[in-house]
Design a protein around this ligand. Structure first.
Ligand SMILES: [Zn+2]
Length: 250
């Protein structure tokens, strides 16, 4: 059976001299792994090798859950070439694609998440070559929070995940614990050995994400550090692209 959908390529590996195994995050079908036969030939049905982060209409033969589908058509309408002019934007997009691949299941559609991922890539693609690093970090953080929410792992951020005390201005600091799946207050932090301390500015931004856009770059780096640790705990290993988006001093 042939399935038509819109998809974003989130992974592509060489399969042979001429073919690739690709993973698409498709709008209606969810994550689809497929073999693209002959995709590396100059005159293939796919207009050359399929590039990660490109998107467009796909057609694939549905072979059932645990098998690779066969990609029969792909017409990319967006290559997102702007991403390749800004290394930090490209690394951030590849990191988001890796997390999306790791946290979603095959054939499990997430329409809202698809639209959010497409918007995230378009926003990064539109950044000028030397656009501010902080603008990219904000978008990456917001996408990571959206991803956690959409796959059912929404962390508690506006209150203590343990005692439920709401976050307020009188918190002088906050802590984040993967074991608690969210923020924990000063009275509860000692119960969570894995917790990381957060400065007040970072805790505030997480409790109210609308403040994220005005945050300083150091605050954003602190939040991203916490998220990378959280994804590492959630996945059981560090995501491969994580070190490319973190400041070296961390
Ligand atoms: Zn508490």
């Amino acid at each position: 059976m042939l399935t038509k959908d819109r998809g974003i390529c989130i992974r592509a590996v060489d399969y042979s001299e001429t073919s690739q195994v690709v993973t698409f995050f498709a709008r209606l079908s969810g994550k689809v792994g497929a073999i693209a036969k002959g995709s590396k030939r100059p005159k293939s049905a796919f207009d050359g090798p399929i590039e990660v982060l490109s998107s467009g209409d796909i057609v694939f033969t549905d072979t059932g859950k645990d098998k690779l589908a066969t990609l029969t058509e792909y017409q990319p309408n967006s290559w997102r070439g702007g991403l390749r002019k800004n290394l930090f934007a490209l690394d951030s997009a590849l990191f988001a694609a890796e997390l999306l691949n790791r946290l979603t299941h095959d054939c499990d559609p997430h329409l809202l998440l698809f639209d959010q991922f497409a918007q995230f890539l378009d926003d990064l693609d539109g950044q000028v070559t030397d656009g501010p690093r902080s603008g990219i970090l904000v978008r990456l953080i917001l996408f990571q929070l959206a991803l956690l929410r959409e796959v059912g792992l929404r962390p508690v951020l506006n209150a203590c995940a343990n005692c439920k005390r709401p976050f307020s201005a009188d918190w002088r600091e906050g802590y984040f614990s993967s074991a608690a799946n969210g923020m924990v207050c000063r009275d509860c932090e000692m119960n969570f050995p894995d917790r990381l301390r957060l400065g007040l500015a970072a805790a505030r931004c997480l409790a109210n994400v609308r403040q994220m856009a005005e945050a300083r770059e150091t605050t954003l780096d602190e939040i991203e550090g916490v998220l990378v640790r959280h994804f590492t705990e959630t996945l059981g290993q560090p995501p491969k692209m994580a070190r490319h988006v973190q400041k070296r001093s961390r």
